[in-house]
Unconditional design. Structure first.
Length: 134
């Protein structure tokens, strides 16, 4: 079972904000007791998804640049219903966020390939690149 293409692409656009949360909050409860739980963003256009990704990434890059080594090592906690799921150094959560982006980017390339969308190179040219290498 997979997310829809729209949900997956929107999720990728949201993900840099996870790094922002890891660097600006001490903890995040995705389903706080007595409060509203996490509600995924629903975007329907590629332009809206790219706009969200660009804004979230720009915010993350800015915050990363201003984060001290000491702050990177401070603990950060993910909670659900008021209970700690895990506590990690902020730097580990940022790295986990990057790994999560990489994972879903791979899923997105499969979706796009199945939809006959040409793919840019990721770690070098793709079969769709027209650099005279294929």
């Amino acid at each position: 079972k997979s997310m829809t293409l729209s949900r997956l692409a929107t999720h990728l656009a949201e993900l840099p904000s996870w790094g922002v949360s890891a660097l600006t909050l001490d903890e995040l409860d995705v389903n706080p007791p007595g409060g509203a739980g996490f509600v995924p963003t629903q975007l329907q256009s590629v332009s809206a998804m790219l706009e969200l990704f660009d804004a979230n990434l720009a915010e993350l890059v800015e915050i990363l640049g201003g984060t001290s080594d000491e702050a990177f090592m401070e603990p950060w906690t993910l909670k659900a219903r008021g209970e700690a799921v895990f506590t990690l150094p902020r730097v580990t959560m940022v790295r986990n966020t990057l790994n999560h982006i990489i994972h879903h980017r791979g899923q997105l390339t499969v979706f796009l390939r199945l939809c006959d969308v040409p793919l840019p190179g990721t770690y070098g040219p793709s079969a769709d690149d027209t650099m005279g290498l294929g």
